[in-house]
Design a protein around this ligand. Structure first.
Ligand code: NAP
Length: 290
């Protein structure tokens, strides 16, 4: 293997330690404890695991973590009332509603209700719009984690050709908007299922990001020698193992650097949720973001 492994787990530990220090200082100097509320509707096992991880990470960083568990048959109105109450709750700086919601609930009006200064998951269209016009408030957590991994690895984005495969509002689209902000200055191609000759497009990339949800989609022939490869995908193999969108062993022979799955982007997603909650607590009290 020739590629450098970009260890997201180790980076997450370092960033979380720094966040915990910042939380300690915020408490000592301003008597402020950042608070995150996570709303979970129903009993989806994966969602329970994610919310549990977020809860433990929050507490480990010294933040207030409130878990609100609503039954699977919760009405749209009751869910929206819960969000309104959290908007009005001074102890809460960040609100997230764990997706997916049960089928009878519409996530869009719920996301739109989350007060923009508490929108730490950055899924309110207002938050996405602020980023799209180049004046961001919060960065959504997974793409924010990708930026941190690139920065930690010393990857220069200015002028770089970045190809992102996947155009979802959760990952690909916000990441393309972040990387083209003034100051980051990448040249971004946002590829998707209708992209013609995906392999050819990917070979242009100095930085290739896979965010599709298709195991082994990115093969070694799609990667330029020395490129940085970031694998956002999470897929389960038949024997239950977690795997990314990139054919890791073969691509690692060609790439200059690569994130593993697990242990790459995943640990950074929860970390950046903590970062956003800390930033929300500061900004809501008129303190500088960092
Ligand atoms: P999504 O909403 O399903 O979007 C998938 C995207 O991939 C779509 O834009 C789709 O194109 C594109 N696509 C599908 N098949 C393709 C193909 N054959 N060639 C090129 N593009 C193709 O998924 P998502 O929510 O963005 O998540 C993507 C992956 O990242 C999933 O595996 C998810 O589990 C993972 N993820 C991981 C984390 C983490 O923390 N590690 C966080 C979020 C997501 P169209 O738009 O044309 O349909």
């Amino acid at each position: 293997m020739s590629a450098t492994i970009l260890d997201g787990k180790a980076l997450a530990q370092r960033v979380r330690a720094r966040i915990a220090d910042d939380v300690g200082r915020l408490k000592a100097e301003h008597d402020v404890t950042p608070g995150l509320a996570a709303v979970l509707v129903g009993e989806d096992p994966a969602s329970q695991v994610y919310v549990g991880m977020k809860h433990r990470a929050c507490e480990a960083a010294g933040m207030l973590s409130r878990q609100i568990e609503l039954p699977a048959d919760t009405s749209q109105e009751a869910l929206e009332t819960t969000v309104r109450e959290l908007n009005d709750d001074e102890a809460i700086d960040g609100i997230l509603v764990q997706l997916p919601l049960p089928d009878h609930l519409d996530p869009q009006p719920v996301q739109e209700l989350i007060q923009p200064d508490k929108d730490v998951d950055a899924l309110n269209p207002y938050t996405a719009g602020r980023l799209a016009v180049g004046d961001p408030t919060f960065f959504s957590c997974t793409p924010y984690g990708v930026l941190e991994i690139l920065a930690d690895a010393g990857v220069e984005t200015a002028g770089a050709e970045v190809v992102i495969v996947g155009r979802s509002n959760l990952v690909g689209r916000p990441l393309s908007n972040m990387l083209t902000l003034k100051g980051r200055d990448a040249t971004v191609t946002l590829a998707h299922s209708r992209t013609r000759d995906l392999a050819e497009v990917c070979r242009r990339a100095d930085v290739l990001v896979a965010a599709v949800g298709s195991a082994g989609l990115v093969t070694a022939d799609m990667v330029r020698e020395g490129a940085v490869v970031i694998d956002v995908g999470t897929n389960r193999t038949e024997d239950g193992k977690l795997t990314g969108d990139v054919d890791f062993d073969a691509v690692a022979e060609v790439a200059g650097a690569i994130t593993p799955v697990p242990g790459g982007v995943g640990p950074m997603t929860v970390t950046m949720l903590l970062q956003n909650t800390l930033e929300a607590a500061r900004v809501r009290r008129g303190l500088p973001r960092r």
